[in-house]
Ligand binder design. Structure first.
Ligand code: GDD
Ligand code: MN
Length: 407
C-alpha cells in the first residue's frame, strides 16, 4: 500500500457522518480489518503502539489489515511522527484533521476511509492492551452472527489497574446514568464506556451517525443494527506517558449524547397512535357511563357503571392497539391464546395505571401543594394523566406486545 501522505480532511464539522459500504476507490483492494487509533498529543506513544500492533497482527493477518491514525492536528505533531514511519509500516495510514475535534468523530472519520469489513478502535496510549485484539478477532471469525466484540473491564479477566475511588465512582455513575436514560442500549453491554471494540462494517454502514464527545460505542450500539454482542475481559492499563484528555466537559457531552439518542430512539409514532387510541377510549368510557348510570337511561349505581364503562374502554383500546399501534408486533404473535394473553396483560397494566393515576393526583394536589393554585386540581390531574399515559405505553410495549419467541 505504498507510502501514504497524511490525508488532510478539511471537512466541515457538519459533514455527514455516514460510513459507506467500502469506499469506491478502495473496492479493488479490500482488507479484513481496519483499526482506528485516535490521537491527540500522543507523540511519545504513537511509535510504540504502531510497532506493537504490527508485530501482533502481521503473523495473523499478513497484509490483510490497516492501522488508521486519526490525529486532530496535535500541537505536539503526532501526525507528523506517524507520517514519518509510514514507509517502515506499510499497513499504516494517517488522517490529519484540521477542522474537527473529538474522539467519537475521529473514529467515524477513520472508518469512512477504511477498507476493512471489520472496523475497530483502540486508544493510542497503550492503556488498551493490544494482545486482547487477537481474542476479539477470533470471536468474530468463529461467530458469524456476532456483530460486535467489546473489550470490557467488567467481565472475567477484566479490571482497572490503580484507579482512585473517585474515578471508579464517576465511571460507574456514568454507566448508571446511561442505564436510566437509555436502558435498552446501555444495558446490552457490561462496559458501555469502553473505547476498545471491533464491529462488522455492515452493522453500521449507511447509518447516519451523530455522536457527541468520547463514547463512540454508545453511538454504535444506539444506531447500528447490532444483532449479537460478545465481550472479552481486559485490564485498563496505567498511562505511561502523556496525559488523559478527559475533563468535566466530556461528562456534559456524554449526557447530551444520551439525551440526543433518547430523543431519536423514542418510538414517537407508536406513542402518538397510543395517545389517539387512548383518546378514543375517553369517549367510549363517557358514552357507557351515560348509558349505564344516567337516570334517563338505565340509572345503575355510579361506581358499578364506571367500572363497566372503564372496562369497555379498555377493550376498545386493546382492539385498536392490537390492530394499529402495535399491529406489526401482533402479526408476529398470532392465535387467539396469545391474543388473550396480550389482552389480560393490557388489562392488568391499565388497571394498575388507574390506581397510579389516583395516587399521583392526590400526591400532586396535597403534597406538592398544587391546591394553592387556582385550577390546581386540574393541573394535578393533567400531570397524573401524562405520567400514567407514559407508564401505560411503556409497560404495554415492553410486556404486553413484547415478542417472546426469538428465532
Ligand atoms: N483524534 C482525537 N481527537 N483523539 C483523541 C481526542 C480528540 O479530541 N481526545 C482523545 N483522543 C485520543 C487519545 O489520544 C487517546 O489515544 C484516546 O483518544 C483516549 O483518550 P484519553 O484521553 O487517553 O482517554 P482516557 O484514557 O481517559 O479514556 C478512555 O476511557 C475509557 C475507559 O473508561 C476512553 O478513551 C476509552 O477509550 C476508554 O476505554
Ligand atoms: Mn487514555
Amino acid at each position: 500500500m505504498m507510502s501514504n501522505p497524511a490525508k488532510i480532511l478539511t471537512s466541515a464539522p457538519n459533514l455527514e457522518l455516514i460510513i459507506p459500504e467500502i469506499p469506491e476507490e478502495e473496492v479493488q483492494k479490500p482488507v479484513k480489518l481496519s483499526i482506528v487509533l485516535p490521537t491527540y498529543n500522543e507523540s511519545e506513544n504513537i511509535v510504540p503502539i504502531v510497532q506493537h500492533l504490527t508485530s501482533l497482527l502481521n503473523p495473523v493477518l499478513r497484509k490483510d489489515y490497516e492501522l488508521i491514525v486519526v490525529d486532530d492536528n496535535s500541537p505536539d505533531r503526532t501526525w507528523e511522527i506517524a507520517e514519518s514511519i509510514v514507509s517502515k509500516y506499510p499497513n499504516l495510514r494517517v488522517v490529519r484533521r484540521t477542522e474537527e475535534r473529538g474522539l467519537s468523530t475521529a473514529a467515524i472519520r477513520g472508518w469512512q476511509v477504511a477498507r476493512g469489513e471489520i472496523l475497530g478502535i483502540i486508544d493510542a496510549d497503550l492503556q488498551h492492551p493490544p494482545e486482547v485484539l487477537l481474542k476479539m478477532l477470533l470471536l468474530l471469525k468463529k461467530n458469524p452472527k456476532v456483530d460486535l466484540v467489546v473489550a470490557s473491564r467488567h467481565v472475567e479477566e477484566g479490571g482497572v489497574s490503580e484507579w482512585s475511588f473517585i474515578r471508579r465512582v464517576l465511571s460507574r455513575g456514568a454507566q448508571i446514568l446511561g442505564l436510566i436514560i437509555l436502558p435498552e442500549v446501555i444495558g446490552r453491554v457490561s462496559d458501555p464506556m469502553s473505547g476498545y471494540f471491533l464491529v462488522r462494517r455492515n452493522a453500521i454502514a449507511n447509518q447516519n451517525l451523530s455522536p457527541l464527545g468520547y463514547k463512540i460505542l454508545v453511538e454504535v450500539l444506539g444506531r447500528g443494527s447490532i444483532r449479537n454482542i460478545a465481550e472479552v475481559g481486559y485490564v485498563f492499563q496505567e498511562r505511561q506517558v502523556g496525559n488523559s484528555k478527559v475533563s468535566w466537559k466530556q461528562y456534559v457531552e456524554y449526557l447530551r449524547h444520551l439525551v440526543r439518542l433518547r430523543i431519536t430512539l423514542w418510538p414517537i409514532g407508536r406513542f402518538l397512535r397510543f395517545g389517539i387510541v387512548g383518546f378514543s377510549g375517553v369517549f367510549v368510557d363517557m358514552t357507557f357511563l351515560y348509558l349505564l348510570s344516567d337516570p334517563s337511561t338505565l340509572g345503575w349505581n355510579l361506581t358499578l357503571s364506571k367500572i363497566l364503562a372503564a372496562e369497555v374502554a379498555i377493550v376498545n383500546n386493546f382492539l385498536w392497539n392490537d390492530a394499529w399501534t402495535f399491529g406489526d408486533l401482533s402479526r408476529s404473535q398470532q392465535g387467539w391464546k396469545k391474543r388473550l394473553k396480550r389482552f389480560l396483560k393490557f388489562n392488568a397494566i391499565c388497571s394498575l395505571g388507574l390506581f397510579l393515576n389516583v395516587a399521583i393526583l392526590n400526591f400532586a394536589y396535597n403534597v406538592l401543594d398544587l391546591y394553592l393554585l387556582p385550577n390546581g386540581r386540574y393541573i394535578a390531574n393533567l400531570l397524573a394523566i401524562a405520567i400514567v399515559t407514559m407508564w401505560n405505553f411503556w409497560l404495554n410495549m415492553k410486556l404486553s406486545w413484547r415478542v417472546t419467541q426469538v428465532k
